[in-house]
Write a new protein. Structure first.
Length: 323
């Protein structure tokens, strides 16, 4: 445990031997030097290895250009920004660049922020990859841990913005704005998106799930809104990165940029036999059940009520509970 953390514990009357699940560590990141650290990575580095207590990092408004990593041994971290539009964590990694060790960056290594730890939470922050429209794969958030929560955040970039990684992991996004071009929400995780806006910036695909066949839920969008730049009219709800991709839209407001057929088979008819694409009671000009591809599904009321509560999707983990 670092001297900084020990000092904080002593200052609030808590000794290291007394640490329990209720203890919270609070530190402040401020680029102008008015906090405990000037960079976000410095603060992440101060999280104790094998951490088991809530570790809260407050980030003041500024643009922090950093390639960030939160490793697997640093759980229970919460990042809280001042203002989601003014607290900006950004970097410009993208596929094709070279890493310092000489390796070529690919989708898995292109992120601005790599989150490997479990029980991570972020609020009021913009996560960005600003590599550009033509840069190719350029991930803003690589989320590999489980029980990860994002509230009132912006996730902004171009291709492959949000990598919901980690087979079997559970993730939850609420009141978030997610903007990109191609496959800008993708990966194998089980992720619920509640009251979020997905904004397309190119005639392409919103999702590219790679859900394993044995995992019942992939991406589930509930009470969300799908919007786009003006002039777009050929965007699909999703295409299967892997054959058993699972994506469901429930009670969503779907804009006119979504193609009538709704979904893409990624130029592989065999995917139509296995992909699990579904909708239930969506609205808006892009919600067109009668025109959808026949291999997608419109849920019945019974199927929706029995299988699509957040508890059913996420199991014993309840990210909606409040203290």
């Amino acid at each position: 445990m670092s001297p900084r953390i020990i000092l904080i514990l002593f200052s609030i009357g808590v000794f290291p031997s007394q640490i329990n699940a209720q203890t919270q560590i609070n530190i402040i990141v401020a680029k102008d030097g008015t906090g405990d650290y000037k960079t976000v990575q410095e603060a992440l580095d101060k999280v104790p290895v094998n951490n088991k207590i809530p570790f809260i990092i407050h980030i003041k408004n500024a643009v922090y250009k950093e390639r960030l990593v939160l490793d697997t041994r640093k759980n229970f971290v919460t990042l809280i920004g001042e203002d989601k539009n003014k607290t900006i964590l950004t970097y410009d990694n993208h596929a094709g660049l070279k890493l310092p060790n000489g390796d070529t960056i690919n989708t898995w290594s292109s992120a601005s922020f790599f989150i490997y730890a479990n029980n991570f939470t972020a609020e009021n922050i913009s996560f960005q990859n600003n590599a550009g429209f033509t840069a190719g794969q350029a991930v803003a958030l690589f989320v590999n841990g489980t029980r990860e929560t994002f509230r009132n955040c912006n996730l902004v970039g171009f291709q492959d913005v949000l990598f919901c990684s980690g087979q079997g992991t559970k993730q939850y996004y609420e009141n978030c704005y997610i903007e990109g071009t191609t496959d800008f929400i993708f990966g194998p995780a089980t992720a619920v998106f509640k009251n979020c806006e997905m904004h397309s910036k190119k005639n392409s695909h919103v999702t590219a799930a790679s859900t394993p066949h044995e995992i019942p839920y992939g991406f589930v969008f509930i009470d969300c809104k799908l919007t786009a730049d003006s002039g777009l009219n050929k965007v699909s709800l999703g295409r299967p990165w892997q054959p058993h991709a699972s994506v469901t839209y429930i009670h969503c407001d779907i804009g006119s940029h979504i193609i009538p057929e709704g979904w893409s088979n990624w130029k592989n008819p065999d995917n139509e036999k296995t992909a699990r694409f579904a909708e239930y009671e969506n609205t808006g000009p892009g919600a067109n059940p009668s025109a959808r591809v026949p291999w997608s599904k419109q849920l019945t009321k019974e199927e929706y009520e029995q299988n699509y509560s957040i508890k059913k999707i996420l199991g014993d983990w309840n990210p909606q509970k409040t203290n």
